[in-house]
Design a protein. Sequence first.
Length: 763
Amino acid sequence: MHAWTRAAALALSPLTLACSAPEAPRRARALEPIARAQSPDLPQETQAATPEPAAEGHARMVAALEVAASEILDSAPYLGAAQARSLRQQLATNTDPRLRLQLQYQLGLAELRLGREDEAVAQLEAAVASIEGFGDALPPKLAAVLRYNLGVAYLRLGEARNCCLRNTAESCLMPIQGGGVHVEREGSEKALATFIALTKGLPPEDRTRRRARWLLNVAAMTLGEHPQAVPKDLRIPAAAFTSESDFPRFPNVAQRVGLARESLAGGAVVDDFDGDGLLDVVVSSWRPDAPLALMRNLGDGRFEDQLARSGLEGIVGGLNLAPADYDNDGDLDLLVLRGAWLGAHGHLPNSLLRNDGDWRFTDVTFDAGMGARPQPTQVATWADIDNDGDLDVFVCNEASARDPAPSQLWRGDGDGRFVDIAAAAGVTNDRFCKGASWGDIDNDGDPDLYISNLGAHNRLLRNDTEGERVRFVDISSAAGVIEPIASFPTWFWDYDNDGNLDLFVAAYEADAADTGDAHLGLPSPAATHRLYRGDGRGGFTDVTARAGLTRPTSVMGSSFADVDNDGLLDMYLGTGAPPFDMLMPNQLLRGAPGGAFEDVTYAAGLGHLQKGHGVAFADLDHDGDLDVFEQLGGAYPGDDFADSLYENPGFPGRRWISLELVGTRSNRAAIGARVHLRVRDADGGERSIHRHVTTGGSFGASPRRVHIGLGEASAIESLELRWPGASAPLSLSGLPLDAHVRVVEGAASFELVTRPAATLGGA
């Protein structure tokens, strides 16, 4: 069980109430249009939904989502308001002191989740005020938990009145200072006092005390009084909020350019959606009535929402987005993923959105055959599993003993339709899937699959496809890559530039206590990330400790890229979990020579405290370095936040090249292609830089363009490019530095591309 889940269980189990049951679900009515699209008499592997006109299918999806949203917002976990309504009714008529304490506590937490901070504080204050009346009948640990949650509510009240409403560029950036210091001080002042008083009665090793220690240091920062306002035995020194090495600061320009959109947890895609050469941004929110934000890059430092012209009104919700040119027509389509985290309410259809050009989209889910058997989906990842030139997609679902939800492998037929072959291929997974990534681990020319499962062994599935027979073999235990058991996002990359794909798996177990311990240099029992170094033959070695990746944190959205153009890959980890006390800085880890990673979060100004989801690296202003976009927001209705865009200040002397690869025999976007650059430095030395074509991590998608930092290279000696499934590489020479280059499969040369000038809002 995750640390934050254990904490929630400790807080809630002694006070659990039998709330009145919500209204009977309207699931059958909500999903009737989806049910009609499937034939239960056919096995999953061979079932193909009856084609229907795309316009009719689009309208069907809008109708189904509208009805489902109403049910979810009433009674679903995280989002529903029914529990708070029931608790209010019970509290109004109950006079028993013990039950009233329980009701006030539970209602306080429910109001906080709904974003009613003042009401939450009132209920929790009443609960805490009644503690003394129970004497020894109330266990001390339970009293501590009540006070701790009152402190959390105070801190959230301060966030809501300051960070969320004012949302200055410094809001919630650790260490909080300058314009991020709270103007409305009541919430943080009461939180600080509550946490300090709470810690006095608890032993140093107590987990509630350790969580409170971290949060009271945060509260003191929001008041501009850190470290002096923190008692010495609880103080985290200011030096703990500095970086391991120098790094330039990345200013958050999201408000200036029009990308500071407030939402709950969701996905993010940065790419060129309209073919004008400028990179656009598409963002979703998992709230079931929230529309997509389709933000067109105008080139002058502004982004403009295109929803009104898109035809996507009513295509709502989406915890994640998985982009791909599934029909090989040259423009980028979207798969919107829904249903995860919703329990029994989570059997929602995903949406396959076909890009029709000029910011027009059509929901073709039913027409493509993907509308049958909706499951609670967390992640999806595209690849050409059989190297036939058509993209296929693995859909990662949340399966459990109570709710079997097998993952799906939709095989494309080349005509825009898909058939689920997961069972026949051996990839149903049947576990609580949180992340997935494709990569050719054995250099045999076909993509293999890694699946990150929460609370169970992760899986590495080797692709043994032969012709039309798609087959995967589980080699997880033999390869030694089953951990961490508590994991979330994952990806393949070549972090050490040896030509073999390595594997990163992010942990999802640490809580506020572990975050505070880490800043004090104390050990933590929480699971840590895993970095597995690949040998190119399907074997892996755990190099986590050697790489310096043992600091505990809980990671959700994240991705990787070369943010400082030195030729080594870096990563940005979006952190957090649903509870309001899960305030842990997002992390920028810089790849350093020798295979280690350095934490440069605080120097770079990327230590945002809010819940991090979709992360994308992209050169939005075409200045030769990668900016960082992050979709921010939590699971609860009261935990929304504005997205961030961090502008890269540049790294003088560092060179780069941007590759646009166009498949002809391969899939159009060249997903799965391998790139090997040989560069010469000024001192005459030569280096190799290896990349593979992917959109990044499993939460957030970067552009299809392959941006490669070259360090202080004086020339590019050669480019060796292996297209997906190709037996022999293409070799090119004469490539320029600091340029955009297009390579078309089958051509023996490259083309220089001129990208339109762009800004990010000016200085």
